[in-house]
Design a protein. Structure first.
Length: 319
């Protein structure tokens, strides 16, 4: 039986694998190969990489580091978790895996506009997903924010710190804005197109051509998708774990969900989708998983009258 099964191979899952490997725990990580971080062409927002690093490079480094400490990284998808007296049984990835604890680091899937060559547009920095991560990189560019008009407006207001040229491209009717929201847009110098998105295309000169429902065309240096996300929380919800109104899983200060033994870290927990947040969650969760397993061992040892084991537990527990 594993001490912990980590589900998700993004920054949160791999960081947890590093910690638990160094705690000398028997663990495995199941990676479905769909980490949001893999879309990052280059981030300058990740501490320690002032020259930038691509998402795939970061994932490769984290994976190599986790493997160095004994973590088994398995490609596959867990389809169902089952509670048992001893912990959990995970079904999927071509096998059944028994484990004492589970850490969900399953992340989110961004909702993006339909367009040809989307991956190329993301790689070129024309389509962007996170203004907190990279708005610094669009300083003074012409930027579109695509999404339901109220949500897009909040992103546009944030981007005004970086560029005066921000346009909201609605996917619904602009009339959905309240008078207060229209006032905010006017005060912020934000243009709101009067017709909704019809098409978006990558041009040969690495810009974006937006066509609206009235057949008008607009060209932008970059566009942010503000269309929400699908939170990969199904495995936890099926076990009865509680979630917030936005769909993120509720956790305590140790990253424990409301289902005993089930932890969660990263984007599946927090709407601030940042690598540094994910790795922080992972460090907290992994440390508590290790300590909780030590405490369980101590209780078993005490019932069997083995004080020498108790001494070892006190010496090795992590605060």
């Amino acid at each position: 039986m594993l001490d912990c099964l980590i589900i998700g191979g993004g920054p949160a899952g791999l960081t947890a694998a590093i910690y638990l490997g160094r705690f000398r725990r028997n663990i495995a990580l199941i990676d479905g190969g769909a980490s949001r971080a893999a879309f990052i062409p280059s981030t300058h927002n990740c501490p320690g990489f002032p020259e930038g690093i691509s998402g795939n490079q970061l994932l490769s480094r984290l994976g190599n580091q986790a493997s160095r400490y004994g973590a088994r990284i398995i490609s596959g998808i867990i389809e169902r978790l089952e509670r048992t007296d001893d912990g959990f049984v995970a079904h999927g990835a071509g096998s059944v895996i028994a484990c004492r604890t589970v850490l969900l680091a399953t992340g989110i899937v961004d909702v993006v506009p339909r367009m040809a060559h989307l991956r190329d547009a993301i790689a070129d920095g024309c389509v962007r997903l996170c203004p907190v991560c990279d708005a610094y990189d669009v300083i003074d560019q012409t930027v579109a924010v695509v999404g339901r008009v109220s949500n897009a407006l909040s992103h546009a207001l944030f981007l005004r710190t970086y560029t005066p040229n921000v346009t909201v491209v609605p996917v619904d009717e602009p009339g959905a804005l309240s008078a207060q929201e229209r006032e905010l847009a006017n005060d912020g110098g934000i243009c709101i197109l009067e017709h909704s998105l019809s098409d978006i295309a990558l041009t040969p000169i690495k810009s974006l051509l937006v066509t609206t429902s009235d057949a008008k065309e607009y060209e932008f240096d970059a566009a942010y998708a503000a269309m929400g996300a699908t939170i990969r929380s199904e495995l936890a919800l099926e076990l009865g774990a509680a979630c917030a109104a936005d769909g993120t899983l509720e956790v305590d200060a140790h990253q424990r969900t409301t289902t005993p033994g089930l932890y969660a870290a990263g984007d599946v927990v927090n709407a601030l989708h940042q690598i540094s947040v994910a790795t922080g969650h992972a460090a907290i969760a992994a440390s508590h998983i290790h300590n909780s397993l030590q405490q369980t061992r101590a209780r078993v040892a005490k019932s069997a009258h083995h004080p020498d084991v108790l001494i070892g537990v006190k010496r090795t527990a992590i605060a």
